[in-house]
Design a protein around this ligand. Structure first.
Ligand code: BTN
Length: 275
């Protein structure tokens, strides 16, 4: 899809995101209690880092209509066309140890998957992409700030809501998607944004309160590739194996052809059968 039928189309809230409209769809209490809906920014993660360094409270959220330098994982760019999607960053003054940063991103991935799941069938791809119909609809970039006296996590989330394929560079048109592409209609961005904050607060409170155990189980239930053969480009080389699930530390567990178990801590995943 990506046809011109949506261009210029109007929905109930097709204007800019506002704190009032987002809050109307959110049950979150402390995430988004301070909310900034900005117009054009370089990156919402950069803005939240600045706010964090200037003493902004835990749970401060920045949304933007567009990003000129949206950042993705592994130094990639996050395509951020104006007014189409949700670009959000959340300040988490985390009391979790730095080595649990991956648990925060995995938890956010589950929360985002649950949020998108309100509209369509969404699955998780390790480490923290959300796929709809095999296409990436959500990306998460958690950045730790610990160089200064301040110590916090900036949790950046991009949700492709009303993105059309024509918004994407040609090399991404068979990989990325949006909720609207899956549904065949435009979706309320403020509803998606509010639902996202609600789910992130609920799951993050759970992580801090009782730990990662149940989150890892639920993550495994929503994982796209359990039982499938994958190839992972790890920093130390290529590993292939069948996906078994998620370990309690957030690593992806594989069973290699020789029967050995292998834990993947970082890397890019390619599915060998089918995708
Ligand atoms: C990925 O590569 O999958 C992560 C993409 C993260 C994109 C979001 S959009 C809001 C926030 N601001 C950024 O610059 N990046 C994150």
């Amino acid at each position: 899809m990506g046809g011109g039928k949506w261009v210029g189309a109007v929905t109930a809230d097709s204007g800019p995101l506002t704190p009032e409209a987002v809050a109307a769809h959110s049950t979150a209490k402390w995430i988004g209690a301070q909310m900034h809906c900005l117009d054009a920014v370089d990156s919402t993660n950069t803005r939240v880092r600045e706010l964090g360094l200037n003493g902004a409270p835990d749970g401060t959220v920045v949304f933007a209509e567009e990003q000129s330098s949206g950042r993705g994982r592994l130094g990639r760019t996050w395509v951020s066309p104006r007014g189409r999607n949700v670009y959000a960053s959340i300040l988490l003054r985390s009391d979790l140890p730095a080595d649990q940063l991956s648990q925060i991103s995995l938890t956010a991935g589950l929360a985002a998957c649950e949020a998108v799941g309100q509209w369509c069938d969404a699955r998780l791809k390790w480490p923290n992409d959300v796929l709809v119909g095999g296409r990436k609809v959500v990306g998460i970039l958690a950045e730790l700030e610990s160089r200064s006296t301040e110590r916090f996590v900036v949790l950046g989330i991009g949700v492709n809501v009303n993105l059309q394929l024509s918004d994407l560079p040609p090399d991404l048109r068979d990989k990325a998607g949006s909720i609207a592409i899956a549904m065949g209609e435009l979706i309320s961005r403020s509803e998606v944004a509010g639902t996202l904050l609600s789910r992130i607060e609920a799951r993050y409170d759970e992580l801090r309160g009782v730990g990662f155990g149940r989150i890892a189980e639920e993550w495994g239930r929503r994982a796209e590739f359990v039982g499938k053969q994958i190839r992972v480009a790890e920093p130390g080389g290529i590993v292939e194996g069948e996906v078994v699930g998620l370990a309690s530390d957030g690593a992806l567990c594989l069973k290699r052809k020789d029967g050995q178990k292998h834990k993947v801590l970082a890397g890019d995943v390619t599915v060998l059968d089918g995708y």
